[in-house]
Write a new protein. Structure first.
Length: 154
């Protein structure tokens, strides 16, 4: 019986990458993002930020390049039309190097309006996972799936 329990836990652990980010630390780390991005739910401002980038409220579970009234670059819209939906894994890969990630997704040279590229030392500290955890915490559409995954691992 103990073997089955261990096997089940191993299967869950290996089913996909684990992103054990800290949402509170991610909100603090988001300061690097807020020069371009805000996080607003209607009239509620969660993080006051710039308007150069789209509002990131509810990003998790959303098709890339689809915030209404925001003028995206061609590559991110094409990636979204091709099926790119933001989750922890895709967001982390994107913030590591937006241009390289879009080029990989599209299979050709791509451009990105996002000039930010995460520093290696921040990646090593897990800042990427923290930011993803924060954005997940402000993405109500993604929250039920994430809660189910957390319960399944318990």
């Amino acid at each position: 019986m103990k073997f089955l329990h261990i096997a089940a836990l191993t299967a869950v652990a290996l089913a996909g990458p684990a992103f054990a980010g800290d949402a509170d630390a991610g909100k603090k780390a988001f300061k690097a993002c807020k020069s371009c991005h805000a996080v607003k739910n209607g009239d509620e401002t969660i993080v006051k930020g710039g308007k150069t980038g789209p509002n990131l409220y509810g990003i998790m579970g959303r098709q890339a390049g689809t915030v209404e009234k925001f003028k995206y670059g061609k590559s991110i819209v094409e990636a979204g039309e091709g099926g790119l939906v933001w989750d922890e894994e895709t967001l982390i890969a994107y913030i590591h190097n937006p241009k390289a990630y879009l080029s990989e997704v599209l299979g050709s040279s791509a451009k990105s309006k996002m000039s930010y590229k995460m520093k290696k030392k921040d990646i090593e500290k897990g800042v990427d996972a923290d930011i993803a955890a924060f954005l997940l915490s402000v993405s109500p559409d993604a929250a039920p799936a994430e809660a189910e995954a957390a319960e399944a691992s318990n």
